[in-house]
Each structure stands twice: as C-alpha cells, then as structure tokens.
Ligand binder design. Structure first.
Ligand SMILES: Nc1ncnc2c1ncn2[C@@H]1O[C@H](COP(=O)(O)OP(=O)(O)OP(=O)(O)O)[C@@H](O)[C@H]1O
Length: 68
C-alpha cells in the first residue's frame, strides 16, 4: 500500500490544524490533526460523535468523513 502525501496547510479550528492530503491516485482529502489535550475531553468527544453521526448519514452538500 502506498503512502499519502501531506500538502498545504488549509486552516485551523478549535481542535487543531487541517492539512491537505493526496493519496497515490492524487485524490485530495482534508485531514484534521486533533490536538492532544487533557482539557475538556468531553468537548472533543462531542465533536467526534457529531462527525460519526454525519458520516452515518452522508449528504452531497456535506463533506464525507473518511476515517477517525
Ligand atoms: N475540507 C476542507 N477543505 C478546505 N479547507 C478546509 C477543509 N476543512 C477545513 N478546512 C480549513 O480548516 C479550517 C479549520 O477547519 P475545522 O473544521 O477544524 O474548524 P472549523 O469548523 O472551521 O472551526 P471550529 O473548530 O473552531 O468550529 C477551516 O476554517 C478551513 O479554513
């Protein structure tokens, strides 16, 4: 299996930075790099639960969640 390539910095949110990733087929993804924190782990849990709920019911207007 080939390696993905980390591309440009896309931005930063409450949980950490977002980087562009390209796979071997040159398909592009956004990867959220979640900051390791001991503060408010329950807030991070809410965010992860929300992302998984969105992934369970995909919609053409909402970004697809590939993996957590
Ligand atoms: N799929 C994407 N394509 C391009 N840029 C993106 C993508 N996802 C995130 N970004 C960039 O990264 C930034 C941070 O995104 P992220 O989803 O982590 O936080 P947010 O939802 O914008 O803010 P917060 O986490 O504070 O609510 C965005 O504002 C945007 O600039």
């Amino acid at each position: 299996m080939g390696r993905d390539t980390v591309g440009e910095y896309l931005g930063e949110g409450m949980f950490g930075m977002v980087m562009e990733i390209s796979n071997q087929k040159n398909e592009k993804f956004a990867a959220k790099m979640i900051k390791a924190t001991k503060d408010k782990p329950e807030v991070l849990k809410i965010e992860l639960d929300m992302m998984e709920k969105i992934a369970a019911d995909p919609h053409e207007s909402i970004l697809q969640l590939i993996a957590v």
